[in-house]
Design a protein around this ligand. Structure first.
Ligand SMILES: NC(=O)c1ccc[n+]([C@@H]2O[C@H](COP(=O)([O-])OP(=O)(O)OC[C@H]3O[C@@H](n4cnc5c(N)ncnc54)[C@H](OP(=O)(O)O)[C@@H]3O)[C@@H](O)[C@H]2O)c1
Length: 286
């Protein structure tokens, strides 16, 4: 899909989390369309594999680090047309059990880093009087899912922040777009599973039963999963649009979730979520 080459002529894009999944697929698609790329992720070897064939600049490091964000902006060399705030992960666990440190880290990566990176590129975009800021949110930005409370909180916060930002920067023709994918086949679930702490799943945990069905739940979700390339196509379409929508829900599951969350009474939504996540009944917990 190199049909946007003309539209993107001379354009520069920053993509965070470009060493895997959605970020990598987006880098390849924007690269094919002639965009000069500045790519970020922590694993330099994986990032270099993506960057080198595209002639992109790789800026390795943790995006929560202000010095790394400064290097990203420096690599733009005075121009930034597209920012894809994509780096993120899902902190798993019941709200009560996730440690304060892990909860704060989740907000650092999924909310504060994208917000501060947007702050850093906005002077360039305002000077150009144009720009697209793409915020990779999730259906979890629309609905709260059990065992992902902190993750959902970061994505809900990202949605609120992005709505405010969109209105603030509209006089400069800068567009802020939320991408809301349903499940996508990437490293996301692997990363999440590796973060489940032994305290959550040990017998003494009040929530131990919640983890019995985790594999079944994952299987259900993955049956409806799409590819990162599909999400990348939507991102690139939004970047090419002169008047993009404020939100793009991607996958049938995401679209259905958004619709249902608008119209179903909350009590009914909770019931559906309890069934979907096999939440035990009162008699089944100590
Ligand atoms: N997969 C899904 O089902 C799904 C659904 C809805 C929304 N999303 C959202 O999509 C985005 C991308 O996720 P994905 O599915 O593509 O997952 P992924 O395959 O795990 O990719 C995540 C990317 O983020 C990078 N990253 C993570 N923490 C970082 C940090 N502190 N600093 C810099 N880079 C960091 C990772 O690279 P390094 O490890 O090399 O740093 C990797 O390149 C996330 O925001 C996620 O919430 C995913």
């Amino acid at each position: 899909m190199s049909r946007f080459s003309q539209r993107f002529s001379g354009h520069v894009a920053v993509i965070t989390g470009a060493s895997a999944g959605i970020g990598r697929a987006t880098a390849r698609l924007l690269g094919e369309n002639g965009v000069r790329l500045v790519l970020n992720a922590r694993r330099l070897d994986r990032l270099a594999e993506v960057a080198e064939p595209l002639g992109a600049t790789a800026v390795d490091g943790d995006i929560t680090d202000p010095a790394v964000r400064a290097r990203v902006v420096e690599a733009c060399r005075g121009r930034c047309d597209i920012l894809v705030n994509n780096a993120g992960y899902g902190e798993p666990g019941p709200v009560e059990v996730v440690s304060e440190e892990d909860a704060r880290r989740q907000f650092e990566v999924n909310l504060f880093a994208p917000a501060f990176l947007a702050q850093a590129v906005l002077p360039l975009m305002r000077k150009q009087r144009s720009g697209h800021i793409i915020q990779v949110s999730s259906v979890a930005g629309r609905l709260g899912y059990p065992l992902f409370g902190w993750y959902c909180a970061t994505k809900h916060a990202l949605e609120g922040l992005s709505d405010a930002l969109r209105i603030e920067v509209s006089p400069w023709d800068i567009h802020v777009v939320l991408i809301e994918p349903g499940p996508v086949r990437t490293e996301f679930f692997e990363v999440t599973k590796a973060k489940v702490s032994p305290q959550m799943t040990q017998k003494a945990s009040p929530y131990v039963r919640y983890f019995d069905a985790v594999d079944d739940i994952e299987r259900d979700f993955m049956k409806q999963a799409t590819t990162p390339e599909k999400i990348a196509q939507v991102i690139v379409k939004a970047c090419a649009a002169r008047r993009p929508r404020s939100r793009y829900a991607v996958t049938a599951m995401a679209k259905a979730t958004v619709a249902v969350s608008k119209f179903l009474p909350r009590r009914l939504l909770d019931w559906v979520c309890r069934r979907q996540f096999r939440i035990p009944r009162a008699a089944e917990v100590d």
